[in-house]
Design a protein around this ligand. Structure first.
Ligand SMILES: *Cc1c(COP(=O)(O)O)cnc(C)c1O
Length: 494
């Protein structure tokens, strides 16, 4: 049975998966959601015998129903290959009885690689299927992680160009180095004299500007979006939850059918929503543990039923979770309202007008599978240090937030269900915070710190960091907000 995608706010037509991937966002500003969630059509035992690529096909074919077998298998083969530094793609490490699902073995050593390695291939296939011959132009503003993962994914993919704007003084040294050394003749990276919000606001404006879009069309281009609300990013994330579960079955750690918990360090709510979808598709899930840092808007939502963004924004050592409006939560709201677009649209209107909304008791009832927790900066540092002292295993600050929240949950609930913690970044990506948490000196340049961390953690410096040594700087342009549109036109030669 085919799956179609419709807006969480009810506007527009139902579209195919490939159309939804090309469009990114629905025309009424809502997010695309599947009209139903199919059940896995292979048994958990059968899935347990598969490798990552085979599992990816068996999950994604159910949701991307207008892609042919050949198309989907080709996208998967191009994405999950030697770009990952382990053939397992998403290996698991056991520490203190919990399973750390390492989602950081891709090119930019953060979990966004899991989806952004395949999105470019899904997108150009979608353009071909929809007979759109224009070159796809990805326009992105980044606070660090997304930009590099999108660059790495789209670099040298025929039929695409990518332009990334980053706040010139607002990203970490490693993140900046990663971006300005990006190779690929279709890539463009520009520093902006301003903060992330300036970049983001101007990108959104250019994206929807009529004159700019006309100019683009006239020259054989179209804009598209690689950000986390694209279902082409969500669907590939369901795969690793299915894979993790079936891995535990294969290794005899659980029996097929036994429940597990997933604990996920959460920002925009994309990763944990994928775990929820995996559960709806047939993976036995007991609890989804949503871990927040000091920006604990989701913790408050799960404990009170009120989402309230009116609060101070806190900068933490887990910056990819420093978010007050989790865009993907809108999909969950739509589902717990009984796939009611009218109810969801009403709440989203309240959110944009007043910065908050409350859900009904019936909706709260449907949230029972979720539980929330949060970690302060001190809790986060403690989690890194104590895990290292107990086991020698070093985790990054985002994963540390999840470890703290999981331990607290286990203590308070007494729940002994086997638990998989999503490990979303390599500690090498946030080496200053990690070294400080371990009580180690963190002076010196980013590459020297990588060597220090390598000695302490007893793991080699990942290739993604190693390859930065001596890498030529290819992108030096800096502009102010007013100059961003001009840079887009200049790069495209229009
Ligand atoms: C993006 C990111 C997150 C948050 O994921 P969401 O899908 O936005 O909830 C967590 N950790 C790291 C390292 C990230 O890059």
């Amino acid at each position: 049975m085919n799956v179609y995608y419709q807006s969480t706010r009810g506007g527009g037509e139902k579209v195919t998966a490939s159309k939804a991937i090309l469009m990114g966002l629905a025309e009424d500003g809502g997010l695309f959601v599947p009209d139903h969630l199919p059940k896995l059509d292979r048994s958990l035992e059968e899935l347990a015998a598969e490798d990552y690529q085979e599992c990816a096909y068996d999950v994604m074919k159910l949701l991307l129903t207008d892609y042919s077998e050949e198309e989907l298998k080709e996208c998967i083969a191009k994405a999950y290959d030697s770009k990952f530094d382990t053939p397992e793609i998403a290996p698991m490490a056991e520490a203190e009885g919990a399973y750390y699902l390492e989602l950081f073995h891709g090119k930019t050593i953060a979990f966004k690689d899991m989806a952004l390695s395949i999105l470019p291939h899904l997108m150009i296939t979608a353009a071909r299927k929809n007979k759109d011959e224009r070159t796809i132009v990805i326009l992105t503003a980044t606070s660090g992680d997304t930009g590099k993962a999108a660059l790495a994914g789209f670099a040298d993919v025929p039929g695409t160009k990518i332009i990334v704007f980053y706040p010139k003084d607002g990203v970490s040294p490693i993140q900046k180095r990663q971006m300005i050394t990006q190779t690929g003749s279709n890539t463009c990276v520009i520093g902006v004299d301003g903060n992330f919000d300036d970049c983001q606001t101007e990108v959104k404006r250019i994206f929807t500007d009529e004159a700019e879009n006309r100019k683009l069309n006239g020259n054989g281009y179209r804009f598209s979006s690689a950000n986390s609300i694209n279902i082409g990013r969500l669907v590939p994330q369901i795969v690793y939850y299915v894979y993790a579960y079936t891995r535990l079955v294969r290794e005899g750690r659980i029996k097929a059918g036994d429940p597990v918990n997933f604990c996920v360090p959460t920002g925009n709510f994309g990763n944990i929503l994928a775990a929820y979808y995996a559960g709806q598709m047939g993976i036995p899930v007991h609890k989804l543990i949503c871990a927040s840092n000091s920006n604990r808007v989701l913790y408050d939502f799960f404990t009170t039923g009120t989402y309230d963004r009116n609060r101070r924004f806190v900068l933490t050592m887990s910056p990819s979770m420093d978010i007050l409006v989790s865009s993907n939560l809108e999909r969950l709201i739509y589902h717990i309202a009984g796939d009611d677009a009218g109810k969801n649209a009403e709440l989203m209107k309240e959110l944009s007008a007043e910065g908050k909304y409350s859900i009904t008791p019936e909706m709260r009832e449907k949230l029972r599978i979720f539980t929330g927790g949060y970690a302060s900066e001190e809790d986060t540092a403690d989690a890194i240090r104590s895990l290292y002292e107990d086991t020698g295993y070093v985790i990054d600050p985002h994963t540390a937030v999840a470890r703290h929240v999981y331990q607290q949950y286990a203590k308070e609930s007494g729940d002994k269900t086997p638990t998989v913690i999503a490990s979303t970044a390599s500690p090498f990506k946030f080496e200053t915070s990690v070294l400080r948490s371990l009580g180690q000196p963190a002076e010196g340049d980013d590459l020297a710190l990588a060597d220090a961390l390598s000695r302490i953690a007893n793991v080699p410096v990942p290739e993604a960091v190693e390859s930065l040594r001596g890498a030529a700087v290819r992108h030096t342009k800096v502009t102010d907000r007013a100059g961003m549109e001009r840079e887009v036109s200049a790069f495209l030669g229009i």
